[in-house]
Design a protein around this ligand. Structure first.
Ligand code: PGA
Length: 242
């Protein structure tokens, strides 16, 4: 039985006041699913201190693949662990597209996160052009394969995977539940026997209004929520549906 996970990716939003208010609201959510939130780096200690032992997890949106050294502007996995992070998102499409992260670099980051004792949330997904060309399953399989090559099947199965079609992120367009399930099933099959325990989240314009149908799919184990995770009521509804 896979425990559903609802992860809120706050991206580069908020200030001290809004972060504190959001955490106060999160603490009131009563749900079965695990909740994890991903504030901008600088707010991680504030969130970690305020969530206390509520059971809510905190994570980072990115991490350096290097342990330490002359990497101006970067934050290492060890530092994130030191401040209470349990999860790190790796390979988000905004990192791949805006910051040109390659499959190889993503795999490196994935390995660094696990070595530091945290759980990666590995994002994969196709662009609209790739979907239109019928390449969706090949694209996500290649993104997964790059990580398997570096860490092995056993380690990737310990992580969380998030299928996020690039065309659905922040656009208001969601993959239909059937489109998402098709990809989730293919990903699980790629993971082999141990893939039965791996949580595979869906992400891309998830809201309270479309979450129930997505969560009914047998291979969808929760959501990675962007925009709607900044709205306490909306996020709380999604968590209760998972
Ligand atoms: P969205 O973002 O929910 O705003 O589409 C999802 C994500 O980027 O993880």
């Amino acid at each position: 039985m896979r425990h559903p996970l609802v992860a809120g990716n706050w991206k580069m939003h908020g200030d001290r006041e809004s972060v504190a208010n959001l955490v106060t609201s999160l603490l009131k959510i009563d749900c079965e699913a695990e909740i994890a939130v991903f504030p901008p780096y600088i707010y991680v200690p504030l969130v970690a201190a305020n969530i206390g032992d509520s059971g809510i997890s905190v994570g980072a949106q990115n991490a350096s693949e290097h342990d330490s050294g002359a990497f101006t502007g970067e934050v290492s996995c060890h530092m994130l662990r030191d401040f209470g992070c349990q999860y790190v998102i790796v390979g988000h499409s905004e990192r791949r597209n805006i910051y040109s992260e390659t499959d190889d670099q993503v795999a490196h980051k994935f390995a660094a996160v696990q070595s530091a004792g945290m759980t990666p949330i590995l994002c994969v997904g196709e662009t609209l052009e790739q979907r239109d060309q019928g390449k969706t399953l090949d694209v996500v399989a290649a993104q997964i394969e790059a990580v398997i090559e570096r860490v092995g099947l056993g380690n990737i199965c310990e992580a969380v995977i998030a299928y996020e079609p690039v065309w659905a992120i922040g656009t208001g367009k969601t993959a239909s539940a059937a489109q998402a399930q098709e990809v989730h099933l293919a990903l699980r099959q790629q993971l082999g026997d141990s893939g039965g325990k791996t949580r595979i989240l869906y992400g891309g314009s998830v809201k309270a209004a479309n979450a129930a149908e997505l969560f009914m799919q047998p291979d969808i184990d929760g959501a990675l929520v962007g925009g709607a995770s900044l709205d306490a009521n909306e996020f709380s509804e999604i968590c209760k549906l998972a």
